[in-house]
Every structure is written in structure tokens, then in C-alpha cells.
Design a protein around this ligand. Structure first.
Ligand code: KDG
Ligand code: MG
Length: 402
């Protein structure tokens, strides 16, 4: 079953997406997400110039062989651009295989390990009162797990706080905005937010929070410790994780569960975190960590160390990635939770899909393959628009982690 066509589709229905569509000689096709927020065209070019010529004529059934060919064959390994490109190929090939066999993808991954996929949504507000209202709104929508973020007194903006509505979108057109940051103000404030949320919503609601890589290990340790009374489901990305051993210090100080991994590209980025049990949830996702094939390997390592999965699922991961994630989540034994940020309506129109949400859980559906399509003529009506994630500086002007 030879690959006869490989098309890289760049579109911007609400935000930018890069999608790979592979077609085989018998007309079957599959989709893979290749979106890298703020650096989309680097992946599109990598695919078009360096990967597509290698795919034409190759046997679409040889998923693992093609993965290794693209990974080892490039000589230059890993990195977000390379791995997003490999992920897109891998996901599209799994989609083709499942469609050809007439089964939803999770059936090829060992079948369902559970009946549904627990997801968490994003609630945010400019201050505590607004955040309480936003969490209440998500509770009304049926969510059982909610990530809560709030504006911090004395800071004009912070990560995770939307400009209203359900569609938080941090990427901005043209030159990136620069935010100002104070870890001191943030650390003083966040425990107040969760004290209020627990009082308001009781013990059963799962509450999560994303520190978005901004703290030093000892600051993260302090935050984790002060949040212990509020029993978070997790504290995400408390500190940048390039240096995996820095999480030892956080771990020594707090029992708040830790989740890390949305910027990781391979098992080597989280090997120490997993093997030393420095985290509770690994957040690698299909599009940025080598596709379904590689994500399963990460999950298998994590399973041995009682680390559960909690894949990234922000709006910059397209419906093709979301669907792939749901098939993965349904099948792996050590699934923990899945992030679900709803896409804008125009995104959903460009990518019709069979996955559904009900009462805080999601279902990939039983369409053959991923259960996601792309309306190419509609996609063409939303051309690419350059956009960047914000840049962060401390109050004294020093560049900081965003
Ligand atoms: O592209 C970056 C976003 O996906 C990221 O900032 C979102 O941290 C994020 C999350 O947990 O969803
Ligand atoms: Mg995050």
C-alpha cells in the first residue's frame, strides 16, 4: 500500500494549524497534526522540503519502520520541529491503518482500558471573584476537573487568564507582546485563590493549576507546600524542566502532585523524572513527542514507575491531535487525565470530528481511524497569519520564562 501523495496544509481558522494529509495508492488517506505554536512554518517547511520527498512510494503499513527511518535517518535527532514532523507522519499512518481495517484507532492500540476519558477544562478570571464564577460555569457544563488560573494583584497580565469566554488563546498576531512578572506577588496570591475555590466548591471537584515554568525549585517547593491543604489534582510545570534533577528538591518538600512535559519531545526528556518518580503525571502529547508510536513508549516507561499520563490539549493542538490523544488515552493502562481546551467554532468546522464531550468525559467515537477529517476548501479560506506566544520579563526588565 504505497503512499502516493503527501500534502502539508497550513491554515488559520481561529488560530494557525499545520496538518499533514497522506494518501495511498488505493485512495485511503490519513491526517496528522504538525502544529508548533509560534513556529508553524518551520515544521511546514521541514515536512515539505525534507520529509515529503522521502515518503512517496513508501509502504504506509510500515509505521514503526518509517518512524525509525525519519528519526535515525535524519542524523539530527529530536527537537520540537523534527519531532512534530515525525509525529504528523506517524499519526497519519495510524489513521490510514485503522481506516483500512475499518476500526477506530483505539482498537489497534489494545482496545479500550476504560469507558471514557476524564478531561479538565480551563477556568480563569481577572481576579478571585471572576475565577470563582468561571469555575462555576465549568461545573455547570459538567466538568469534574477544572484548571483554575487568576490574574495576580499588581501584575497587568499573567499566563492562563483569558480575555473572557471559553476560547483562551495566548498567541498574538505580529510581534509578541511582553508581559511583566513577579514570582513574589504570584506566590503570595495563589494559595488565597485555592483556599477560596475549595471553600466554594467542596472536596470532590478536581482542581488543577499551571505555574507555567516560572518558579525556581525552592519557590515551587514553597508553592506546593502551601497548596497541600487544598488537595490539587496537580501543580503543572512548577519549574522549567530542562534540568530534570531540579525536581528532586521540589519533591523533597511537598506532597502536591506534580505534572510536567508539554514541551518535551522524546522519552529522553523525561527519563529521569519518571525513573526517579519526581513527577506524578507526564504531559507529553501526540503532536510534540513523536506521535502515537513514541507516546506509547513514554507511557510504558511511566507505567513501570506509577506515573500516569496527562496529555497537553491546548487550542494550539489541532482536532487531529485531540482525536489521536483520545484514542491513546482510552487505550493506555496508566492514563490519568486529558487536557481539553475547546476549539473555536471555525476550527471545529474546518476539522469535522467524531469525538464528543459529556459530563466531564470525552469519547473518541467509533468512526474508523482517528475520526477526524479536514475540509480543505474551507481551510483555504483561513490563510496563515503570523502569531507569537508572549514573552515574559521580570519587573526589572530581565527576560523570564513565559
Ligand atoms: O503553545 C503553548 C500553549 O499550548 C501552552 O502555553 C498551554 O500551558 C499550556 C497548557 O497547559 O495548556
Ligand atoms: Mg501548561
Amino acid at each position: 500500500m504505497k503512499i502516493t501523495d503527501a500534502k502539508v496544509i497550513v491554515c488559520s481558522p481561529g488560530r494557525n494549524f499545520v496538518t499533514l494529509k497522506l494518501t495511498t495508492e488505493d485512495g485511503a488517506y490519513g491526517l496528522g497534526d504538525a502544529t508548533l505554536n509560534g513556529r508553524e512554518l518551520a515544521v511546514a517547511t521541514y515536512l515539505t522540503e525534507h520529509v515529503v520527498p522521502l515518503l512517496i512510494g513508501r509502504d504506509a503499513r510500515r509505521i514503526e519502520d518509517i518512524w525509525q527511518y525519519l528519526y535515525k535517518g535524519a542524523y539530527w535527532r529530536r527537537g520540537p520541529v523534527t519531532m512534530a514532523a515525525i509525529s504528523a507522519v506517524d499519526t497519519a499512518l495510524w489513521d490510514i491503518k485503522a481506516k483500512t481495517l475499518g476500526v477506530p484507532l483505539y482498537q489497534l492500540l489494545g482496545g479500550a482500558s476504560r469507558d471514557s476519558v476524564l478531561v479538565y477544562g480551563h477556568a480563569s478570571g481577572a481576579d478571585i471573584e471572576e475565577a470563582v464564577k468561571a469555575v462555576a460555569h465549568y461545573v455547570d457544563l459538567g466538568y469534574k476537573a477544572i484548571r483554575a488560573q487568576s490574574g495576580v494583584p499588581g501584575l497587568a497580565s499573567t499566563y492562563g487568564v483569558g480575555r473572557g469566554g471559553m476560547y483562551y488563546e495566548p498567541a498574538e498576531k505580529n510581534i509578541p507582546p511582553e508581559n511583566l512578572w513577579s514570582s513574589e506577588r504570584y506566590l503570595d496570591f495563589v494559595p488565597q485563590l485555592f483556599s477560596r475555590l475549595r471553600r466554594e466548591f467542596g472536596p470532590d471537584l478536581h482542581l488543577l493549576h499551571d505555574a507555567h515554568h516560572r518558579l525556581t525549585p525552592i519557590e515551587a517547593a514553597r508553592l506546593g507546600k502551601e497548596l497541600e491543604p487544598y488537595h490539587l489534582f496537580w501543580l503543572e510545570d512548577p519549574s522549567p524542566a530542562e534540568l530534570q534533577e531540579r525536581f528532586r528538591l521540589i519533591r523533597q518538600h511537598t506532597t502536591t502532585p506534580i505534572a510536567v512535559g508539554e514541551v518535551f519531545n522524546s522519552v529522553y526528556d523525561c527519563q529521569q523524572l519518571i525513573q526517579e518518580q519526581l513527577i506524578d503525571y507526564i504531559r507529553t502529547t501526540v503532536v510534540h513527542a513523536g506521535g502515537i508510536s513514541h507516546l506509547r513508549k513514554i507511557a510504558s516507561l511511566a507505567e513501570m514507575y506509577q506515573v500516569r499520563t496527562g496529555s497537553h490539549g491546548a487550542t494550539d493542538l489541532s482536532p487531529a491531535c485531540m482525536a489521536a490523544a483520545l484514542h491513546f488515552d482510552l487505550s493506555v493502562h496508566n492514563f490519568g487525565i486529558q487536557e481539553y481546551m475547546r476549539h473555536a467554532p471555525e476550527t471545529d468546522r474546518v476539522f469535522p470530528h467524531s469525538y464528543t464531550f459529556d459530563q466531564g468525559h470525552m469519547y473518541p467515537g467509533d468512526s474508523p481511524g482517528l475520526g477526524v477529517d479536514i475540509d480543505e476548501s474551507l481551510a483555504a479560506k483561513f490563510p496563515y497569519q503570523r502569531a507569537y506566544l508572549p514573552v515574559n520579563r521580570k519587573l526589572d526588565g530581565t527576560v523570564h520564562d513565559w
